[in-house]
Design a protein around this ligand. Structure first.
Ligand SMILES: [Zn+2]
Length: 128
């Protein structure tokens, strides 16, 4: 009998769309941008203006999530590994690692390792 393949455990990513991150490895090292999408299943994220690739598409094809109305060369941001970026702390403006912490009121939060300030994510409303 075949055993059920255990699903790869989804890694919880500390980053969420809207966070400001800096790239610390790879060809786009030093670039800073906003997280557009996270792909927790593969441990990757998409950052605005980082890892931009070009794809030649025919009209109607989609590349990197954007549907091309006209054919031609489309720039799109390719996912890069989550470990290649670091969160930029809005308090001390430094790329930082985050620490998981629990606030006094019992809610879980992220904390900057540099300045110890809790990292508060600007909540986006569903309606935008
Ligand atoms: Zn900080």
């Amino acid at each position: 009998m075949l055993k059920n393949k255990s699903k790869p455990k989804q890694r919880w990513l500390d980053l969420a769309p809207g966070d400001n991150v800096v790239v610390v490895a790879g060809k786009d090292r030093g670039k800073q941008g906003e997280v557009l999408r996270t792909l927790p299943g593969s441990g990757k994220i998409v950052v605005r203006g980082v890892n931009v690739l070009k794809r030649h598409v025919k009209a109607g094809q989609s590349a990197g999530g954007t549907k091309a109305v006209q054919g031609g060369v489309v720039d799109f941001e390719a996912p890069l590994s989550y470990s290649n970026v670091m969160l930029v702390c809005p308090h001390c403006n430094q790329p930082t690692r985050v620490k998981h912490t629990v606030l006094d009121n019992g809610t879980k939060a992220l904390e900057c390792r540099q300045c110890g300030e809790p990292y508060e994510r600007i909540k986006k409303t569903e309606a935008q």
